[in-house]
Ligand binder design. Structure first.
Ligand code: ZN
Length: 150
């Protein structure tokens, strides 16, 4: 098994120590909570939508470095995107972190999200890295208020 420390690259550490958009959104139009009981990660994602476009995104929560940094980078990545663009980005990010054979996700086009590529070697960490995204999807779809990863 590869050393877990390989996951903790500079970008991940930076976003763990100084998470971006780490606050509640007073004028949020959508919100959802996520739960990853396996690791104890919890996240709340806030969105401000203008029609179909995400004009602002933020989060709050507690959890491991992977879950926190992933949520931080996610909020940066989806700002300004439409719902469809954000969901497409999640699909590609998910392919990257699950290491699907023949995945179309080219890390180079994923920007900062590519730092999570190493997560694919650690199946339990996939849930940590994807929690914020599943929660985002729930907020976008306005389905359940709480997402719990099985
Ligand atoms: Zn975790």
């Amino acid at each position: 098994m590869a050393d877990l420390r390989e996951l903790y690259q500079e970008v991940i550490l930076d976003h763990t120590k100084n998470p971006r958009n780490y606050h509640a959104l007073a004028d949020a139009t959508a919100k959802a909570d996520g739960n990853n009981p396996l690791c104890g990660d919890r996240v709340t994602v806030y969105l401000k939508m203008d029609g179909d476009r995400i004009v602002d995104a933020s989060f709050q929560g507690q959890g491991c470095a992977i879950s926190k940094s992933s949520a931080s980078i996610m909020t940066e990545s989806v700002k300004g995107k439409t719902r469809a663009e954000a969901e497409a980005l999640f699909d590609r990010f998910h392919e990257l972190i699950t290491g699907k054979p023949g995945a179309s996700a080219d890390p180079k086009t994923l920007g900062k999200l590519a730092v999570f590529q190493g997560v694919s070697e650690f199946p339990l960490r996939v849930k940590c890295a994807s929690l914020a995204w599943h929660t985002l999807k729930s907020a976008l779809e306005r389905k359940a208020d709480v997402v719990t990863l099985e």
